[in-house]
Write a protein that binds this ligand. Sequence first.
Ligand SMILES: [Zn+2]
Length: 465
Amino acid sequence: MYVELPFEELKPDTRKRRVAYFYDQDVGNYFYGTGHCMKPHRIRMTHSLIMNYELYKKMEIYRAKPATNLELTQFHTDEYIDFIDRVTPDNLQLFEREQIIFNVGDDCPVFDGLGEFCKISCGGSMEGAARLNNGSADIAINYAGGLHHAKKSEASGFCYLNDIVLGIIELLRVHPRVLYIDTDVHHGDGVEEAFYTNDRVMTCSFHKFGEFFPGTGNLNDIGIGKGKYYAVNVPLRDGIDDASYKSIFEPIIAAIVDWYQPSAIVLQCGGDSLSGDRLGPFNLSMRGHANCVNFVRSLGIPMMVVGGGGYTIRNVARTWAFETGICNGAILPKELPYNGYYEYYAPLYELDVRSSNMNNANSREYLDKILTQVISNLDHTKHAPSVQMNEVPVGMDLDEDLEEDLPESLDTKGGSQRARDKLVEAEGEFYDADEKEFGATNISNGYSLSESEKAEIEELNKQIV
Ligand SMILES: [Zn+2]
């Protein structure tokens, strides 16, 4: 069943997609602590590359409204949110019990501005989802998101709040079925757990398995109850290269999309699956990693791209910038433009992250076994082919919201995108009042479907065998 596909030059899908990119200039200032390998600064480095490659000419740039405590409790417990909101390095001694309960400490330290950082991360994914919901964007990007290990009331693996789960909850207001794909080197356990008994979200994680954090994500973990067969795990060994990854990723995702027919996809682009990562043992080049983005984009389904891990930060910035190009249907040239962090890219000052000559411990037999098992699991629950995606209910305020992106309305917001982005970069004051309202309105309504939406989704669900 497994056929190794040659890894050739990436061919971008050039069909036009409206891309909404979320960035908050404060995000790079948060600091996990000396010696901690999670560095939010990489998001600022990514942004600098994106701007200097002039991708602002191709997409809309937004600063999301930070999520509110109330919005965060759509997934997390009140007690946990209250703790994250209040705890600081200075008052830590008041929370001795909570630190243990909520697993805050070494891996997940309390740092200055922790609550704000989490709210920026979650706000971007929630507003990104809201933009996909109302049809004003085809692709939403939030590199401050992707924090897939966070649990309902527990921090884990450098993640505190799960922006992905919150974004998916927002998508579920409109979309009957959402597919979550995780290409981080670590298992996407927090997202899987949140939807493990749910058939409206299918999770699919590709990750290193075997004596590796967080230890979950075995091939046999496929969901339970109503969610049985709606969790897919692809456990991989060290050193997987571009060709092997492509050859397992593409047929699995194609099969899932074929029978599950999601109407929205969330793609977690953790950069720790790149070759040379400080923590990850995979051997993907930038292009091998970006092939996942290109492949998912080519499916033509509304998609949210979020960040995730990634600990050799110059390579994370390179790859996420390149992937932003892919989202916009462009292949960025190899020569790096001058940018605010140019010295990080010495000595070659090139965009590419290359593979190394490390051994690939994933034999063809091993990958064949995985692929066969995954496809066989999917086969158990094939949907009726009659499910038509054009019956998916669309957002309620579609017409009103679409007006926002007409050229005339853009003009009234202060001229060109470049001018607007300068506002973001200069003062961080780029909030369009209307957009803020629109995102806030959608999100604060919470996860509640109207009666007509419920009826439509029920009708769709009846068609599912
Ligand atoms: Zn990771």
